[in-house]
Design a protein. Structure first.
Length: 346
């Protein structure tokens, strides 16, 4: 950690003043002790007592200096490092960290502070990359639309149904991307309107199974459900919850090979506040442990070279925000080669 020149000059002046003050105090006390010793040295009976009394202040000053230095080393210097880091963060430097080995007493505080700054740095980096990510996602469909229209106008392409359909598909992709961005933005700011109703959880699972059964069968994937309590009711926004679980099932279908299994299960939650649990489990490729903390980020993809464009890359980010808007939690458990499990509690 570096110190700016003005701060370094202030520390130097304070240190010089402290040394001068201590030296002057020792000189004064030592001179007074020597003078008193000379004055009373002729009285041998009290000479030793006065010598002890005159030497005591010197011992006290030395002892005080040692205590002050020890307190500064244990408390002052670590807190000074913390305040310097806070000042750096205030100035916009989120790469600063407080050394954690300088003080055992403050080590836990410094670890929490460094973790907080690390999260702030990651969020700031994600925010800075958001504009570039959106531009990247919009660029390809816009180029395709522009190229198709220019080709038709220049006579390179005939205005056939096929070319018109391709252009229409790109506009739909753009529309879906914009809608997803709007939904995510509203959910993150707590402004997304929800329309909660009371319904049977089994009805929701049945609707989802009916929607994806044909696709699962065509891919040779076994899609089955297990409902612990057919009469379990839930108060939530039916359409938004359907959107979340549909996204999880769709992702599972894309990453589960032929002959695999996808199961949708319901059961009791981990607490009275969250008494409903919904689990979507697949036997697909799984997610690497180093990627799990980032799967709910916007536009995140495990395979950076993947060029698939049928999905916006916002599904899991939206799913997380929608579940949080319901006051619930969503977690993921996965291992490469052993599939992935998403757990929702409401």
């Amino acid at each position: 950690m570096t110190t700016s020149p003005p701060k370094r000059r202030r520390v130097t002046r304070a240190l010089a003043f402290t040394i001068f003050f201590v030296f002057t105090a020792l000189l004064f006390i030592g001179g007074s002790a020597a003078l008193l010793y000379l004055l009373f040295s002729q009285y041998s009976g009290v000479r030793n007592i006065w010598l002890l009394l005159c030497g005591a202040p010197v011992v006290l000053v030395v002892f005080g200096v040692i205590i002050i230095f020890n307190l500064y080393t244990r408390f002052g210097r670590p807190l000074e490092d913390l305040f310097n880091a806070i000042n750096a963060v205030e100035e916009g430097n989120l790469s600063v960290r407080v050394p954690e080995k300088k003080s055992d007493m403050f080590s836990d505080l410094f670890k929490r502070f460094n973790k907080m700054i690390g999260e702030l740095e990651r969020a700031d980096k994600q925010r800075r990359n958001l504009t570039a990510d959106i531009a990247h996602e919009l660029r390809t469909p816009l180029h395709i639309i522009q190229g198709n229209l220019e080709g038709v106008l220049d006579g390179v392409y005939q205005p056939t149904t096929e070319h018109i359909k391709d252009t229409l598909d790109e506009t739909r992709l753009l529309t879906r991307l914009v809608n997803d961005l709007q939904t995510l933005s509203l959910a993150e700011t707590g402004q997304l309107p929800l329309h909660p109703t009371r319904f049977l959880l089994a009805d929701l699972i049945q609707d989802l199974t009916s929607s994806f059964s044909s696709q699962a069968a065509s891919q040779g994937i076994d899609l089955h459900t297990h409902i612990a309590n057919p009469h379990q009711e839930l108060t939530a926004d039916y359409d938004r919850l359907n959107q979340v679980i549909s996204n999880l099932i769709s992702n599972a279908l894309r990453h589960t090979p032929e002959g695999g299994t996808i199961s949708i299960e319901t059961g009791s939650g981990s607490s009275e506040e969250r008494s409903v649990r919904i689990t979507v489990k697949d036997t697909g490729a799984g997610i690497a442990s180093e990627d799990i903390p980032f799967i709910f980020d916007r536009f995140w993809r495990a395979d950076k070279s993947r060029s698939e464009r049928t999905h916006s890359g916002l599904g899991l980010a939206i799913a997380k925000q929608l579940i949080h808007a319901h006051g619930g939690t969503i977690e993921v458990q996965s291992e490469v080669g052993n599939g992935t499990t998403f757990i929702i509690e409401l």
